[in-house]
Design a protein around this ligand. Structure first.
Ligand SMILES: [Zn+2]
Length: 293
């Protein structure tokens, strides 16, 4: 089984996972959403660390903070101010969604805490004296075996649903069989929200980077032209009158300026060509005169 190898799950761990909820939550997603999630969960999306492994010329560092290598975990925990602000909003939204689902408040706390865990990190809680002490102890232990960091990828122990069901019955409310699937979707919205925000920033950065390269190239072309003025005729001399002004021009103006220079260079070439052709004609004429004498 692919998942077993990818995450190093043992058969015992696989048995702990609530597969029916994964199926349910998948059913509630569009094809596109499912594709994004399975890409994220199974193949891992293109973080910079991954890109760097494929192309060593590319930076492995985070596009937001630039302080750490960017892997999947970092995307969810980056300390960049923009990222933390978005994460706070997403967490509020998640809490709100879980409350709407009438989630056991202690389960909300556990879910929220799991979002900050990375591989091999645990959520430690003291369950002694809790109303559902036994189930809670099972839940914490089972999720530890699956991995607390795997919760945000949708790998939940089946005991989550058991605990939530008990809580609902204790409240004299009918348990909702779709609770886990819906809670998983809410968590996924949080995970995906962080990822989309990261992509937005990375995209803006790469657009800016390309622009910088164009600007840099233009500056060099202009500098070269100013340092070694090409041959232009009288109609093009004005282009080189105010060198400082040309250097201060914005990208678009410089582009227009270089075009004008190219046109003048061509004009001058043509004029010279014409001149030499006329010259040759004249020489030929003279020779003719000499010969005919
Ligand atoms: Zn970062």
């Amino acid at each position: 089984m692919y998942i077993r190898e990818k995450f190093g799950f043992t058969q015992k761990t696989l048995d702990l996972i609530d597969w029916s909820s994964i199926k349910d939550s998948n059913r509630q997603r569009s094809v596109k959403e499912r594709a994004t999630q399975s890409k994220y969960v199974y193949r891992w999306s293109f973080t910079n660390k991954r890109e760097n492994r494929l192309d060593p010329n590319k930076t492995p560092m985070c596009p937001l903070c630039g302080k750490e290598e960017e892997d999947q975990h970092h995307v969810q925990c980056c300390k960049d101010r923009r990222a933390t602000k978005v994460r706070e909003e997403l967490r509020d939204e998640l809490e709100h969604d879980l409350e709407e689902l009438k989630t056991h408040p202690d389960l909300v706390t556990l879910i929220i805490r799991s979002l900050q865990t990375q591989e091999n990190q645990q959520v430690v809680v003291d369950v002694t004296g809790h109303e559902e002490e036994d189930e809670l102890r099972d839940l914490v232990e089972e999720q530890r075996q699956i991995g607390w960091d795997k919760l945000k990828l949708g790998f939940w122990s089946s005991t989550w649903a058991v605990l939530q069901g008990k809580y609902m019955r204790r409240q004299k409310k009918r348990p909702r069989p779709t609770w886990t699937a819906k809670a998983q979707l809410a968590v996924w919205n949080y995970v995906q929200g962080n990822w989309m925000h990261r992509n937005g920033v990375a995209h803006r950065n790469s657009v800016e980077e390309r622009r910088m390269k164009f600007r840099e190239k233009m500056r060099k072309t202009v500098d070269d032209m100013l340092a070694d003025v090409p041959e232009v005729g009288s109609s093009g001399r004005h282009l080189f009158e105010d060198v400082q002004k040309v250097r201060r021009m914005r990208y678009r103006q410089q582009k227009a300026w270089t075009w004008s220079v190219y046109i003048e260079i061509e004009k001058e070439k043509k004029r010279k060509h014409e001149e030499s052709r006329l010259g040759n004609k004249l020489v030929g004429l003279l020779r003719l005169i000499v010969v005919s004498r």
